[in-house]
Design a binder for this molecule. Structure first.
Ligand SMILES: Nc1ncnc2c1ncn2[C@@H]1O[C@H](COP(=O)(O)OP(=O)(O)O)[C@@H](O)[C@H]1O
Ligand SMILES: [Mg+2]
Length: 305
């Protein structure tokens, strides 16, 4: 245990509860509330102590690069992307004075406007019904309600990545970033890119692959969506912007809206839209692919036909 965990005037107290027992668990977990002190508890290097301890952890088997040490510190290296619903930051988590380093993408959901209510209500169909007090808070957009919404997107993406990562680990047919941890509205993922330079892997949309490369990438895409279909899910927002290409491999990202194609009455539509979005891009780049044929096969695999 590190020195700073003892209570004292400079201690950061973890898990002091601000909400009553009725609140969902994910908001209690990982909440940091500074003690009443002028001097925050900060490590000698880096920006903050690793938030691993208070967070929900990713699935097993855990990759060996995941830093679980109490002595690890987080350093913010910059912004990867700002968006309407979330901002993504590059963070180094390392044990100072050692070579035990990891590079993480921290996706922080904003508690501003979210597509939960204002974009596509179809996503919600078939999901569990929430308690009415929470529904009211979200519908009325109280600050608590907004934080709930942001937290639910983070939680949904964490669950989707955890599930797909495990499927990928066994089948080898689908790749997603390893979900390291979830704390409140922040999700921390394996950084897909160059860990030395901090350069992120390009999105498929930015690339101009030749015909051979296109053929290989399309094959990987077919494998990935087939695995999803067999798990009876669709990405829900698949596009050349939500596919990274790293070391010649397609990596699926951005999964908070993953769709259960059986429970959701529009599941088949989401599946078809995902395929068409990506098939269009391949066709426009010079590899004519048959979207309808793939949609038909996936629908059968998913049990929709
Ligand atoms: N794990 C990751 N590794 C590297 N870059 C990432 C990672 N996750 C996200 N990014 C970068 O951040 C961008 C936005 O992330 P994304 O999950 O698509 O969120 P959104 O599109 O909702 O803003 C991506 O296009 C990618 O460039
Ligand atoms: Mg995206």
């Amino acid at each position: 245990m590190r020195e700073h965990d003892f209570s004292g005037p400079t201690t950061v107290r973890r898990d002091r509860r601000r909400f009553d027992d009725d609140e969902p668990h994910f908001l209690k977990r990982g909440r940091l509330e500074p003690a009443l002190t002028e001097e925050p508890d900060l490590p000698e290097t880096g920006d903050r102590w690793s938030t691993w301890d208070g967070a929900l952890h990713g699935p097993h088997p855990r990759p060996d690069w995941v830093r679980t040490e109490h002595a690890a510190v987080d350093t913010e290296l910059g912004i990867l992307k700002t968006g309407k619903e979330a901002d993504v930051f590059l963070v180094r988590r390392a044990v100072p004075g050692t070579d035990r380093t990891s590079m993480l993408a921290a996706k922080r959901y904003r508690d501003g406007e979210h597509r939960l209510f204002n974009r596509d209500a179809g996503y919600l169909e078939g999901r569990r019904v929430r308690r009415s007090r929470e529904m009211r808070a979200m519908a009325n957009r109280t600050s608590f309600g907004k934080e709930l919404i942001a937290g639910q997107w983070a939680e949904a993406e964490f669950a989707a990545l955890s599930r797909l990562w495990q499927v990928g680990a066994t089948s080898g047919l689908v790749r997603v970033p390893y979900p390291v941890q979830l704390a409140g509205t922040e999700l921390m993922l394996e950084f897909v890119g160059d860990w030395e330079t901090g350069a992120g892997a390009p999105r498929l949309a930015q690339l101009r692959p030749d015909l051979d490369e296109l053929t290989v990438l399309w094959g990987q895409l077919v494998d990935a969506v087939s695995v999803l279909a067999r798990a009876q899910v669709a990405h829900g927002d698949l596009s050349p912007y939500n596919l990274l290409v790293h070391d010649g491999r397609l990596v699926l990202i951005d999964l908070p809206q993953i769709v259960d194609v059986i429970a959701n009455p529009r599941g088949g539509e989401f599946l078809a839209r995902d395929v068409r979005n990506v098939a269009c891009w391949f066709t426009a780049r010079g590899l004519p692919v048959d979207a309808d044929d793939l949609i038909e096969r996936l629908s059968v695999e998913a049990g929709l036909r």
